[in-house]
Design a protein around this ligand. Structure first.
Ligand code: KIV
Ligand code: ZN
Length: 499
């Protein structure tokens, strides 16, 4: 069995997906969780790109203790020096240099000849090697590059000290067979390749990112670059959970393993969708809501008799909370803490008294309190330290032949209760307008989604809103058995993130 390294690029390539930008605090939270998940490498950002990116790489470098922390850099000295400064405090810093190698990119983007690319690779890798022990080199658009030239570029990069060569299918153009052949070709034609890691980085434009990455593994790649929930530029990157669970489920086929603690997969998937405000599609492999749901009677019957008839993985291996009844209104704080811990949350990160209070009021309203409910309550904790506003009371009047009217009162950071009244085209519009007036909110509502956490009429409703302010996106979340309350909480949470 050989170990496959997992290089996570959720914070860099993943953040390039539309609507998935994260702030510094969120990136740090995710990086800590990625480190606990057991990824080998965390690409924290592209340091030179902006002050926000630099600060995020620096902050992630400070908190990550086990994984290597990487910054992306173009093949020039300014980018490399900037990445070096951002990574100074990392326990295991690593640089990721890239330059395009396909003729299309050379002609239309870089305006460089092949010889110029070769000499740039040589000089910048030399420059980087004076600052970094570990360097990954990517030939952007490798899958559409001339193979001989590609082998020449990688050989030169290795000669000058890179420790990983990365083979990106930048535009998701490759077929699995071609990816396999490309790795076989490079293994036979790149000088020194036996001394470095061979990484693959596949995009999902044709829905083949996971298949291409796995084909590369079969051909001898030793590292896969991927993102949680498969987020990333355009159609996304190879999804971490699909790669990891394929290797785990078919370990005899791949004769390989990863160091990922798969029981934390669901938790980080949910954390990312909460942070980015992008729900996971129900039919998404591994972490989608339907991934383990059996609708057809024959299937249900089979699974009840013997799970392996229709299930190839164990839900527990992915850490998905089950809809079984776990606690009720008579349960004590100790039982709740026990349950929270067994769901994979670190209890010291939460205010137990506050969660217990919310749990008790939920248990009064709901007949059945499941793991999924508890998880939703925990994820709904106020994510802003010292929030400026919190919901106090509301009354909403609505009907099909009257205009909706909302009276909302909120508590501000001076402990004053302020109340506002507004009309709207519907109950949510009226309630949000009242909040806008009370908080002088100027952000624009980009998106509103509501999901029920469990089945049944008394289910918790989980609302996510995306607000746009000064070209930044802010995600707010709220949970309640009352969907208007959940909406108001989500909206106020979003506004608190701006203030
Ligand atoms: O897709 C790509 O080619 C990249 C490189 C920077 C590795 O993201
Ligand atoms: Zn990419």
């Amino acid at each position: 069995m050989r170990k496959i390294k997992i290089f996570d690029t959720t914070l860099r390539d993943g953040e390039q997906s539309p609507g998935c930008s994260m702030n510094l605090q969120e990136k740090v939270e995710l990086a800590i969780e990625l480190d606990k998940l057991g990824v080998d490498v965390i690409e924290a950002g592209f340091a030179i790109c902006s002050d926000d990116d630099f600060n995020a790489v620096q902050a992630v470098a400070k908190v990550v203790k086990n994984a290597q922390v990487v910054s992306l850099a173009r093949a020039n000295e300014k980018d490399i020096e900037c990445a070096y400064q951002a990574l100074k405090e990392a326990t295991k810093p690593m640089l990721h240099i890239f330059i395009a190698t396909s003729d299309i990119h050379l002609e239309h983007k870089l305006n460089m000849t092949r010889d110029e690319v070769l000499s740039r690779v040589e000089s910048t890798v030399k420059f980087a090697k004076e600052r970094f022990e570990f360097i990954e080199f990517s030939a952007e658009d490798a899958s559409r590059s001339d193979r001989e030239f590609l082998a020449q570029v990688y050989s030169l990069a290795i000669k000058n000290g890179v420790t990983t060569i990365n083979v990106p299918d930048t535009v998701g153009y490759s077929m699995p067979k071609e990816m396999e052949e490309l790795i076989i070709y490079l293994k036979a034609n790149v000088e020194g390749i036996e001394n470095v890691d061979i990484s693959v980085h596949c995009h999902d434009d044709l829905g083949l990112a996971t298949a291409n990455s796995l084909s590369a593994l079969l051909a001898g790649a030793t590292q896969v670059e991927c993102t949680i929930n498969g987020i990333g530029e355009r159609a996304g990157n190879a999804s971490l959970e699909e790669i990891v669970m394929s290797i785990k489920t078919r370990k005899n086929f791949y004769e390989a393993y990863t160091d990922i603690n798969t029981k934390r997969i669901y938790k980080i998937s949910k954390l990312l969708s909460n942070i980015s405000g992008t729900p996971v599609a129900p039919n998404k492999a591994i972490v989608g809501a339907n991934a383990f749901a059996h609708e057809a009677g024959i299937h249900q019957h089979g699974v009840l008799k013997e799970r392996s008839t229709y299930e190839i993985m164990n839900v527990e291996d992915i850490g998905i909370p089950q809809n079984k009844m776990v606690l009720g209104k008579h349960s004590g704080k100790h039982a709740l803490v026990d349950r929270i811990t067994s769901l994979g949350f670190d209890i010291e990160d939460y205010n137990v008294d506050e969660i217990f209070k919310t749990f008790k009021s939920l248990a009064d309203k709901k007949k059945v309190v499941s793991d999924a409910d508890i998880e939703a309550l925990i994820n709904a904790k106020e994510s802003v330290e010292n929030p400026t506003y919190s919901l106090n009371n509301f009354i909403v009047n609505s009907g099909n032949n009257i205009s909706s009217m909302a009276t909302v009162s909120i508590l501000n950071d001076k402990s004053e209760i302020i109340e506002g009244v507004a009309k709207g085209t519907g109950p949510i519009d009226a309630a949000f307008t009242a909040i806008d007036v009370l908080t002088n909110n100027k952000a624009v509502l980009l998106n509103y989604t509501i999901n029920s956490v469990t089945e049944g009429e008394d289910a918790l409703g989980e609302v996510m809103v995306k607000l746009k302010y000064n070209d930044h996106t802010f995600v707010g979340r709220g949970v309640s058995t009352d969907i208007i309350e959940a909406s108001l909480k989500a909206y106020i949470n979003g506004i608190n993130k701006i203030s």
